[in-house]
Each structure stands twice: as structure tokens, then as C-alpha cells.
Design a binder for this molecule. Structure first.
Ligand code: BTN
Length: 244
């Protein structure tokens, strides 16, 4: 992993670049990293503000032999790694908000975007994108996210080396990825739950525009979020909007 690293001072999106490189045959573990992105993308086609060299904007090409339904597990794997590495490096608790956000307190500090290219039951490749707000001050954030976002620097008062953080993340990812391929998802599930945002707390969520309340209990082997309803029944959520 990380034997080939493509670094760009400015790019549209490392995610788009990594997908193109993967189609051209770039090997498993190829990394694309940029100082600034002009068209950073988030989940649900949202914009990801990354037009500054204060964060980590990085995509990893993976070629695992897994089935398409396992793609969400990679988001959870990377979320677990980021929570562990960032907690260790900053000494503040970094929590995972299902499915793909990293939170410090009630503020989002990082996001993960996993994109899969598959034909029927064969995964061609995955691109896992990681965006981390590192050294921005709050005033540097776009006004639309100022009340919702934070950076490692905002949360701790410390300026971090992006290179060192990237090295720690890739080192940890390499080891945990191997474990995942060998041992499957169960060990990660346990670690994920230890770092879950609002575990055992009540939240409001929406499935097909239906509003419901439930207590966050953890995740299932396939990555679904487990929620306990008032009648004590456990429901598995695959796609839901959760009011955190
Ligand atoms: C989200 O929170 O919705 C996911 C954000 C993912 C952002 C990263 S930054 C590197 C990579 N390139 C992109 O355009 N997006 C991802």
C-alpha cells in the first residue's frame, strides 16, 4: 500500500483522478493526494470544501476480492482507523458517526467517501476518499458549514504536520486492511462500536420519509446500523437520514 503516491498541488478531485487511474490499471494501494481540490466531492453529491492546503485530501485505490455488498465495510474500516489514529495523535476523542463521518464533540472533522466500480458480482476497484480538516481556523470554513464543522487545530489549539498524519493513517490502514482480508469484519465491528458516536443514545431518524426514534446499538456484519426501538425490537438500517 502506498508504494505509488501521486501528489498534486491542485486538482479537481483526488477521487475523480483515482478512479481514472484505476481504469488505466493503477495497482492496488495507489494513493492520490492533493494540497487543494477545486471540485472536492462528498456523499450524496455534496460539495466538499477543500480549496485550501490546510487539510488532508486523499484517495486510495483498492482491488480487493470481495463481493459488492461488502463495499460499506470499507467505509467502516477506514472510519475506525481514522478514529483510532486521530484520537491517538490529538488526545481528544474522535468518534465515528454512521456511516462515514468523524466527529469531535458535536462537530464534523472528517468524512469518508467510498466509491465502487463493479459489474454484477465482480468488484473492479474501490476508491476510498478521505477528507480531514486539519489546520483550518473556523473563520476559514465556508459559511454554510461554520456551525457544523471543526478541524483538529480548532479542537486542540495545535497545528499538525499533514505528512506525519498521512503516514500514520497509511501505516495503520495497511495493517488493518490485511487483518480485515484475513479475519473478516468481526474484529473491526467491535472496534467500531467502541468509537461510535452516540452509542446507546436515542436519536431521531427517517426511512422513506417516515420519522422514527431509536437507540443506537452498534453495527451488523454487513455494515447496517442497529437501532433499538421503544418496543425493544432491533432494526437494521441500510440507508437512513439520522438527526444526530
Ligand atoms: C463526506 O463527508 O461526504 C465525504 C467527504 C470525502 C472528501 C474526500 S477529500 C479526498 C477525496 N476527494 C474528493 O473529492 N472527496 C474525497
Amino acid at each position: 500500500l502506498g508504494k505509488t503516491i501521486h501528489h498534486y498541488p491542485t486538482i479537481d478531485s483526488t477521487q475523480t483522478k483515482a478512479n481514472a487511474l484505476a481504469y488505466e490499471g493503477a495497482p492496488h494501494g495507489t494513493i492520490v493526494v492533493a494540497d487543494k481540490q477545486e471540485a472536492g466531492r462528498g456523499r450524496m453529491n455534496r460539495q466538499w470544501f477543500s480549496d485550501n492546503n490546510q487539510g488532508i485530501w486523499l484517495s486510495i485505490i483498492l482491488r480487493p476480492s470481495v463481493l459488492p455488498f461488502q463495499a460499506p465495510q470499507f467505509t467502516l474500516l477506514v472510519g475506525t482507523i481514522l478514529a483510532e489514529v486521530l484520537t491517538k495523535e490529538t488526545d481528544v476523542a474522535v468518534k465515528i458517526k454512521w456511516p462515514n463521518d468523524l466527529f469531535i464533540g458535536n462537530y464534523k472533522v472528517a468524512g469518508i467517501l467510498t466509491e465502487m466500480q463493479a459489474e454484477q458480482d465482480t468488484v473492479h476497484h474501490l476508491v476510498v476518499g478521505i477528507g480531514i480538516n486539519v489546520n483550518q481556523t473556523r473563520t476559514r470554513f465556508d459559511t454554510s458549514i461554520q456551525t457544523k464543522a471543526t478541524s483538529l487545530r480548532e479542537a486542540t489549539g495545535t497545528i499538525y504536520s499533514r505528512i506525519i498524519l498521512i503516514q500514520q493513517i497509511l501505516r495503520s490502514f495497511e495493517a488493518e486492511y490485511e487483518n480485515f482480508i484475513k479475519q473478516g469484519f468481526n474484529p473491526i465491528k467491535t472496534k467500531w462500536e467502541q468509537r461510535a458516536y452516540k452509542l446507546n443514545e436515542w436519536v431521531t431518524y427517517y426511512t422513506n420519509n417516515q420519522k422514527a426514534e431509536g437507540k443506537i446499538k452498534g453495527i451488523q456484519e454487513d455494515g447496517a446500523l442497529l437501532v433499538e426501538r421503544i418496543d425493544k425490537q432491533i432494526t437494521a438500517l441500510y440507508s437512513a437520514e439520522i438527526d444526530w
